[in-house]
Design a protein around this ligand. Structure first.
Ligand SMILES: Nc1ncnc2c1ncn2[C@@H]1O[C@H](COP(=O)(O)OP(=O)(O)OP(=O)(O)O)[C@@H](O)[C@H]1O
Length: 248
C-alpha cells in the first residue's frame, strides 16, 4: 500500500512494531525512523533487541503488531526479497559470504540480479575496497576478518541499496581493521549519500560517523539524541534502565 506508513520526512520508519521469534516477542512497540542522508546509530545493552530490529526491517522475524514503512511503501508484510528489491541493503554480522568461492565469484553471485553483471560495478568496488581488488582470486574463506567484512559490504552494495542496515561491522576485528572498515562505511555514506542504520557495540567508533543516536531498552526505543549531544555517562544510565548488563 503506497504512502501508508512512513513517518514524515523519513525514508524508513517503524511505528509501534512488535516482533520476535516464534512465541518470543523481542521488539515491544519499537518506533524508530531513518531520515534521508543520515547515519543513525542504534545502541543498547546485550539482548535489548538491536539485531532483531534490523532483522525485522528485512522481514526475517515474526511481526505481530505495528507497521514498517520504506520509501513510501508499507512493507510490514513484504517478504525479504521484495524489501531487498525495493532498496533495503542488509549487512548481517556474519553469513552472507560463500567461503568456498573466490572473492570474484562471490561478487559475480552478488551481481546475479544486475542486468549488466559484475563488470561495470567492479572498478567502483575495487576503488572502495582496494584490499579486495588485490585478492579477487583468493578463496573467501581464506580472507582476514576485515577483508571478509569488506566483501560482505561490497556484496550488499551490488544491489544498489537506498538504505544500508549494518549489524556490528566492528565485531571480532582488530582495532586497525575496524578503522579500515569504518573508513569504507564513511566513504560509502559520503560519496553515495546512502542513509545508514548502524548497530554497533563499539560506541566511540559508531559515534564517529553518526548524526543521531537511538537507545534501545528491552525491545523499545527509550531515547533519541543528536550524536553530538551524547554524554557517555548518560548513555550508561539509559542502557541500565532496562536492568540488563551494559554491552562492551
Ligand atoms: N533466532 C533467534 N531465536 C530466538 N531468540 C532469539 C533469536 N535471535 C535473538 N534472540 C533473542 O532475542 C533477544 C534480543 O536479541 P538481539 O540479538 O536482537 O539483541 P542485541 O541487542 O542485538 O544483542 P547483542 O548486543 O548481544 O548483539 C535476546 O534475548 C536473544 O536471545
Amino acid at each position: 500500500m503506497a504512502g501508508a506508513s512512513s513517518a514524515p520526512g523519513s525514508v524508513l520508519s517503524l511505528d509501534g512494531v512488535d516482533a520476535g521469534y516464534g512465541p518470543l516477542v523481542v521488539l515491544d512497540g519499537a518506533t524508530v525512523s531513518l531520515h534521508p542522508g543520515e547515519v543513525a546509530l542504534v545502541l543498547g545493552a546485550n539482548g535489548s533487541g538491536k539485531s532483531t530490529l534490523l532483522k525485522t526491517i528485512m522481514g526475517l522475524t515474526r511481526v505481530s503488531g505495528g507497521r514498517i514503512g520504506f520509501a513510501g511503501t508499507d512493507i510490514t508484510a513484504a517478504p525479504p526479497h521484495r524489501r531487498a528489491a525495493l532498496g533495503l541493503g542488509y549487512v548481517p554480522q556474519t553469513g552472507n559470504v560463500f567461503s568456498d568461492l573466490s572473492v570474484i565469484d562471490n561478487l559475480r553471485m552478488g551481481a546475479f540480479l544486475r542486468k549488466d553483471g559484475i563488470e561495470p560495478a567492479l572498478p567502483g568496488l575495487v576503488d572502495m575496497f582496494p584490499r579486495l581488488g588485490e585478492r579477487l582470486s583468493a578463496r573467501a574463506g581464506a580472507l582476514s576478518g576485515g577483508e571478509r567484512r569488506m566483501l560482505s559490504i561490497a556484496l550488499t552494495l551490488l544491489l544498489d541499496p537506498r538504505v544500508l542496515l549494518l549489524d556490528e561491522p566492528s565485531s571480532d576485528l582488530a582495532p586497525a581493521t575496524v578503522d579500515l572498515v569504518y573508513e569504507a562505511i564513511a566513504r560509502i555514506h559520503r560519496e553515495r549519500g546512502i542513509p545508514v542504520l548502524l548497530v554497533e557495540q563499539n560506541i566511540a567508533k559508531g559515534l564517529s560517523i553518526s548524526d543521531r543516536v537511538v537507545v534501545m531498552v528491552r525491545g523499545r526505543v527509550a531515547a533519541e539524541m543528536a550524536a553530538a549531544d551524547v554524554e557517555p555517562a548518560r548513555l550508561h544510565d539509559l542502557f541500565m534502565d532496562g536492568g540488563v548488563r551494559v554491552a562492551g
